[in-house]
Design a protein around this ligand. Structure first.
Ligand code: HAM
Length: 404
């Protein structure tokens, strides 16, 4: 028989207990931080009808990066590449029953058929945090940036470890209209070029840029155009409000974000360590995503603001600064039996039961090994306490808890 390889599927990871420990640590800080801002958790299936990604998603993700297949009932199914369309569907489905505004969060696993590289995998867990249907958008645009900042500080990161960059689709649209005089298609082509600016060489960018326009690539904040200045004013207000909280947010005209559904501010957070050069967080405001569902009338819009962050770039960020705590096994005590006598075994079992009833996690070893073997076993597995049980302990009805 041909033996099988032990490799996992390309771009996925196996999680051994030490990896689960790290993942739990991260998920816990993510959840607790947003819960402190009043967010509630939701879940959904990893399988979605493919059509929900077509309507308002970027072509690159839908055409090149989804795992899509036809099921036995001839339905087109996709493994979710992101959570926002699912969230929009869930909101649209229960629009009447839900009491708005909503603050929702989730940590789903997502799948993207992309080239595995530092910070990017084919299966990853993505923390999603969204606020839906509020009245005073601006305060929530600010709050969502405060949430991001607080998450990173709760991991003990320093403000100098990361940079929050902000831009706005409204601002970009004002520039497309008033400076470039683009039609909708030209604006789209230009925006996709900006989105890949970081991934291509300067020469390539220049060549593509010149194909689209003969106007210079200039600083938006130096443009003397009324509509542009108004939109820039919105961004500057957000920057100023964040500054009052000692959060530094920078305007960056090259942050455009790949998804078509963004309409207002867009932002990305970067690790200042150049080794981790992919975005850590990405998000923005989306005003019309929920309209694609039949329960929502054309003139009703439910606006949302939110972000996603992946577990892979988060781990890289923490690892490069030594911010991941040392692995701790969740077993409190290892009971090692050094006898084959059934009475000794029963005594050890009773002891384990009592300790478990007291809320301790107890692992019993029945293999009749030597005292030192048990100490080594505990050491290797990061178990902090050992009780060795033999004839003597049974006779004296006394045992010693040895700290390792
Ligand atoms: P996104 O920019 O595609 O946005 O992803 C957001 C974050 O998810 C990235 O900054 C990165 O941390 C993580 N991420 C994305 N792809 C991968 C990957 N292949 N491996 C590991 N991590 C990855 C969205 O998905 C939007 N739906 C976010 C959002 C929520 N906007 C509003 N609400």
């Amino acid at each position: 028989m041909k033996k099988l390889k032990t490799d996992n599927y390309k771009g996925t990871r196996d999680f051994y207990p030490r990896d689960v420990f790290v993942q739990k640590y991260i998920f816990d800080i993510w959840s607790k931080t947003v819960e402190s801002f009043g967010f509630e958790e939701y879940h959904a299936s990893v399988l979605e009808n493919s059509e929900i990604y077509r309507a308002k998603n970027s072509d690159e993700i839908v055409n090149n990066q989804t795992y899509t297949f036809t099921d036995r009932g001839d339905r087109e199914v996709t493994l979710r590449p992101e959570m926002t369309p699912t969230l929009a569907r869930m909101i649209a489905a229960k629009k009447r029953e839900l009491s708005f505004p909503l603050r929702y969060y989730s940590i789903p696993n997502c799948f993207r058929y992309e080239r595995p590289q530092r910070g990017r995998m084919r299966e990853f867990w993505q923390f999603n945090v969204d606020i839906l249907n509020v009245k005073n958008d601006k305060f929530y645009d600010i709050e969502i940036l405060k949430v991001i900042n607080k998450i990173l500080l709760n991991f003990k990161a320093k403000p100098t470890d990361f940079t929050i960059y902000i831009n706005s689709r409204n601002l970009l649209n004002a520039v497309y209209k008033n400076y470039f005089d683009f039609n909708e298609n030209e604006a789209k082509t230009y925006q996709s070029l900006l989105d890949k600016k970081d991934k291509i060489s300067k020469d390539e960018f220049k060549k593509e840029y010149e194909k689209i326009t003969d106007r210079d690539y200039v600083d938006i904040d130096k443009m003397d155009i009324k509509e542009v200045k108004k939109e820039l004013g919105y961004i500057n207000d957000i920057i100023a409000e964040c500054k009052k909280d000692n959060i530094e947010v920078k305007f960056n005209q090259d942050i455009v974000r790949g998804f078509d559904y963004y309409t207002g501010i867009v932002f990305e957070v970067y690790d200042n360590d150049p080794e981790n050069n992919r975005a850590l967080f990405g998000g923005g405001r989306y005003e019309n995503l929920i309209d694609m569902f039949e329960t929502v009338k054309d003139n009703v819009s439910i606006s949302g603001i939110g972000f996603g962050i992946g577990d892979v770039p988060m781990i890289n960020f923490l690892e490069s600064r030594n911010l991941i705590p040392e692995y701790k096994n969740n077993v409190d005590i290892l009971i090692g039996i050094i006898s084959d006598d059934k009475k000794v075994i029963d005594y050890a079992d009773d002891l384990a039961k009592k300790l478990r009833d007291d809320g301790k996690n107890i692992c019993v070893n029945y293999d009749n090994r030597k005292y030192n073997d048990y100490i080594n076993m505990a050491e290797k597995n990061n178990i902090k306490n050992v009780i060795v049980v033999g004839e003597k302990e049974l006779e004296e009805k006394k045992y010693e808890v040895k700290e390792v």
